[in-house]
Design a protein around this ligand. Structure first.
Ligand code: XMP
Length: 493
């Protein structure tokens, strides 16, 4: 079967998938292997990515995504030229410790308790390592040690001194740390080098969190992974440098038209400055576009021109490729050389399975996460007329907007004062909508994973990768093209 020919002009709602003999013993996401690659060197256990949009992914969203086995991409939609706010978001995710805290906040022993309290409040941590001028461990100071204590007292008056602490010298794994902490009945384990300088801190709270999130996407120090988006003009090089310094695991050069000369220059410049940093680029939707990026040495490609829920590119320009066709084209072009991120157009959970079969290694979601508690932005109450009772009730809403919407562009360029017509003249290609506020994104993700496991089962496979392989080998066996009537039967609910 010529898959490209078959899917030409088609997108998610044009197909169903033919059920196969089920072999999966359980559809429980805890037992089904959904492992995939986000980029060439970053593996994720669940194929979900939150979109780099300023109403979707900041630290709270990226933290939950990583805890649940996916990854979030922190948007660059902060004021142009102001890099600091994005850095704060990246650093916040990296400090959401679930492992060894490699650079725990410290304080010198001759400082006063008021200083220690200030450091605790500023950093949000409850334990400080007490160090001397050479950064050698002198003790530990916890919030409990400073409660109801005269602020002028010295840190050394209240800390637990080193000789009363259990301290580990040299490297240690989290499993070994857990054994030590259980055996010695301690909640904190400071780590030191041979010369006594502090090399880290492990807390029982972090170890418990580690166990609670067995699928979490972590770096080799046990910290949650996070990606950060930059543009291809303006402050992008400095932004890339700063997000990497803050600990970002992947840089995503994200522009609307990734198959372009400015993208080529941006990739070249980022590579020149940062060598083999993990680099994703996009968006593209054609074979030429995907090859263009692979040939320039990227480690991942974002695929999708115009399918996004907050996007008006196709309406405004008439350019774009239906998302299923775009995925098939890009997959055909790059084979297995680099992972593809299927970006945009997922309106129901079933499309996640399709995006992964037609070419995506992972799926990037924006509107599907809109309105959840972890999205940035205020909740606004709006009067809504209830059809059944004919009563007006106040319903909580949050804003979801395309990154090229007038409001997002205006915020980025600091154009609050500008004439809206002038902003419009910048070429807005995005919508701003209100969506009902809902609970945590964690339960949305859980539902998606359950549905994806069911898809693996219906597809006659034991793992996501096996399903993708079976589909790639014999797509004809799976594909059902829908008539308008069968589409109505399938999706009109
Ligand atoms: P969904 O469908 O999940 O798509 O909401 C998320 C993706 O939409 C893209 N995006 C835009 N595309 N104009 C566009 O043409 C915009 O204003 C815009 N904002 C977001 C983006 O690729 C995102 O990941």
């Amino acid at each position: 079967m010529d898959l490209l020919q078959f899917v030409r002009g088609c997108t998610f709602d044009d197909f169903l998938l033919m059920p196969q003999l089920g072999v999966l013993p359980s559809r429980d996401p805890a037992t089904v292997d959904l492992t995939t690659r986000f980029s060439e060197h970053v593996t994720i256990k669940r194929p979900l990515v939150s979109a780099n949009m300023d109403t979707i992914t900041r630290a709270a969203m990226a933290t939950v995504l990583a805890e649940e086995g996916g990854i979030g991409v922190i948007d660059r939609g902060f004021r142009a030229g102001d890099i600091a706010p994005q850095i704060v978001e990246v650093a916040t995710v990296k400090r959401t410790q679930h492992g060894i805290i490699a650079d725990p906040h410290g304080i010198e022993e001759d400082r006063c308790i008021a200083d220690a309290l200030q450091t605790m409040d500023r950093t949000g941590v409850g334990t400080l390592v007490v160090v001397d001028a050479e950064h050698k461990l002198k003790g530990l100071l916890t919030r409990r040690d400073v409660r109801f204590v005269a602020p002028h007292l010295r840190v050394s008056d209240r800390m637990t001194p080193r000789d009363k602490l259990v301290v580990h010298t040299g490297p240690i794994s989290l499993t070994q740390a857990e054994q030590v902490m259980t055996a010695r009945k301690i909640k904190k384990l400071p780590l030191v080098n041979e010369d006594g300088t502090v090399s880290g801190l492990i807390t029982a709270k972090d170890l418990i969190k580690h166990q609670h999130h067995p699928f979490a996407t972590r770096d080799d120090r046990g910290r949650l992974r996070v990606a950060a988006a930059v543009g291809a003009t303006g402050d992008y090089l400095e932004r890339a440098t700063e997000v990497l310094r803050a600990g970002a695991d992947v840089v995503v050069i994200d522009i609307a038209h990734g198959h372009s000369q400015i993208m080529a220059t941006a990739i070249e410049q980022v590579r020149k400055r940062h060598g083999d940093v993990e680099l994703i680029a996009g968006n593209v939707a054609t074979e030429e576009g995907a090859r263009f990026l692979v040939d320039r040495g990227v480690n991942g490609i974002k695929v999708g021109i115009g399918p996004g829920g907050g996007c008006t590119t196709r309406v405004a320009t008439n350019f774009g490729v239906p998302q299923v066709e775009a995925l098939a084209r890009c997959r055909m072009a790059v084979g297995d050389r680099v992972p593809l991120i299927a970006d945009g157009g997922v309106k129901r959970d079933g499309s996640i399975a399709q995006a992964l079969l037609f070419g995506g290694d992972s799926v990037m979601l924006g509107s599907a996460f809109a309105g959840t508690a972890e999205t940035p932005g205020e909740i606004v109450l709006k009067p809504v007329l209830m059809p059944e009772s004919q009563k007006v009730v106040q319903v909580p809403f949050k804003v979801f907007r395309g990154m090229a919407s007038i409001a997002a562009v205006r915020d980025r360029l600091d154009l609050e004062e500008a004439d809206p017509n002038e902003v419009e003249a910048l070429g807005a290609e995005g919508l701003e909508v209100s969506v009902p506020a809902r609970g945590s994104v964690r339960s949305v993700i859980q539902d998606m994973l359950k549905h994806l496991c069911s898809a693996v089962s219906y597809g006659g496979a034991l793992t996501l990768q096996e399903l993708r392989q079976k589909f790639a080998t014999d797509p004809e066996r799976y594909l059902v093209r829908l008539s308008p009537a069968s589409r109505t039967e399938s999706f009109d609910r």
